[in-house]
Write a protein that binds this ligand. Structure first.
Ligand code: ATP
Ligand code: MG
Length: 412
């Protein structure tokens, strides 16, 4: 992508109405635009990062047997009265049309997917079944001050699993933990994202949250440093020691809940009468699990974790572009050629070809945007027959040959 063609511009100052680091930096860098509190547009660079996250998640969900669907946001009230959540869910957006008919804007999709599954599940042969979507949710969040971390409209991956018995559900639940670990690892927050025991209400002893440790987090967790698991604040009242090793010496940390997995047992199957015939022809309720990840929240969490005073520092697998090529030489021939060559071997390059910007402005923008690898072409590098390369996360600048440069990117 030629930066001269990018319709967004960077801004020197953060918007006055944003207080969180992720919202400030994403706005300054032109990744997102705020429409109102908790509602954002993804601009080209932000959209690319979001798509990277989406693809990482999709790959893991498909590996876990998930079949992707897309369910509607606009939902009939009737489905929500069946479970009682029309009355009890206080962050539900309700819409009324001219005729007085009422609808919900979906904050989650159990009320839609269970009646859907009921149309296709009748026998043990139809189980297990794993359905997921990546879709916008609506929730009436009153304190939407944390940028992408807490949206009123936000993208979520939600997977729902359907099982014949508890053993099958438990096995899949464990598998999903592994898939989540892979996702957060690839997204660059693996080392600081902890599986967190949350009290599971009346259905199961525990549900699990995936909590990314950062001072910007809205949540508090209590971490067992040796087991690398945590308990959340609500649970700490019931569980004041590590659920794995019993250690009572837990460390308090601020964190962001990037994902959540839940054993629903038969809560929703009972409500909608979702059952199957077992091998002996006996009717049994279907057991369910649900598994969520907020994509925007994860993107925001990555920014909260990976930034410095100058801007964002994108991990390679979620960066909008792998390389930021910057031309500060008098002529653009060498840079144009390298841009074409890198593009031809499939390297995603943002190319700062702007003629009206000083080197200082280009470097400052590059640090703010935060692509993982910066390649600079100047009159000096051209004279030396080399290319200047620097990682966004490091200080060291290297001069390397064309072959070294191409090989380095080919490997990625
Ligand atoms: P929280 O306690 O932070 O409100 P939640 O328990 O309501 O989260 P879930 O209903 O489990 O969240 O939703 C699944 C995932 O969706 C969460 O783990 C989080 O990543 C994401 N998520 C939830 N609410 C929001 C929101 N308002 N904005 C962005 N992402 C969200
Ligand atoms: Mg919530």
């Amino acid at each position: 992508m030629r930066q001269s063609k990018l319709f967004t511009k960077t801004q020197k100052d953060a918007p006055k109405d944003e207080i969180s680091v992720n919202a400030q930096m994403l706005a300054r860098a032109g990744f997102t635009d705020k429409l109102m509190a908790g509602v954002y547009t993804y601009l080209p660079l932000g959209f690319r990062a979001l798509k990277k996250i989406e693809n990482i998640i999709r790959e893991e969900m498909e590996n876990a047997g998930g079949q992707e669907i897309l369910m509607p946001s606009l939902q009939p009230k009737e489905n929500w009265t069946v479970t009682g959540r029309w009355e009890t869910m206080d962050d539900l957006y309700k819409v009324t049309d001219k005729s007085g008919k009422e609808f919900a804007l979906g904050p989650t999709h159990e009320e839609i997917i269970v009646p859907l599954a009921k149309k296709f599940i009748s026998s043990y042969k139809d189980l297990p079944l794993y359905l997921f979507q990546i879709q916008n949710k609506f929730r009436m969040e009153l304190r939407a001050k944390s940028g992408l971390l807490r949206g009123r409209e936000f993208l979520m991956k939600d997977l729902y699993s359907f099982h014949k018995d508890e053993a099958d559900l438990n096995e899949y639940y464990e598998k999903m933990k592994g898939a989540y670990r892979n996702i957060f690892e690839k997204a660059g927050v693996g080392g600081i994202t902890y599986i967190t025991f949350a009290s599971g209400g009346s259905f199961s002893k525990y549900s699990h949250e995936f909590q990314t440790v950062t001072s910007a987090g809205e949540d508090t967790i209590y971490l067992c440093e040796s087991c690398r698991v945590a308990v959340n604040k609500e649970m700490r009242d019931e569980q004041d020691s590590c659920p794995v090793c019993g250690n009572k010496n837990l460390t308090e940390k601020r964190s962001i809940e990037v994902g959540n997995i839940f054993n629903l047992k038969t809560k929703f199957s009972d409500a909608f009468g979702l059952s199957y015939k077992d091998e002996n022809g006996k009717e049994r309720p279907v057991l369910m699990g649900c598994y969520g990840i907020g994509l925007g929240r994860l993107l925001g969490a990555i920014v909260e974790v990976h930034h410095d005073a100058k801007g964002m520092v994108w991990p390679e697998k979620v960066a909008p572009y792998l390389a930021h090529l910057i031309n500060i030489a008098d002529s653009s021939n060498v840079a144009d050629n390298l841009y074409d060559e890198l593009s031809a071997i499939g390297v995603e390059v943002l190319y700062d070809d702007r003629g009206n910007k000083s080197p200082g402005e280009k470097f400052a923008d590059s640090d703010l945007l935060g692509m993982p690898n910066r390649v600079v072409i100047s009159d000096k590098t051209i004279e030396a027959g080399k290319y200047e390369i620097k990682k966004r996360s490091e200080k060291e600048v290297k001069l390397i040959s064309r072959d070294e440069l191409l090989n380095m990117f080919k490997k990625k």
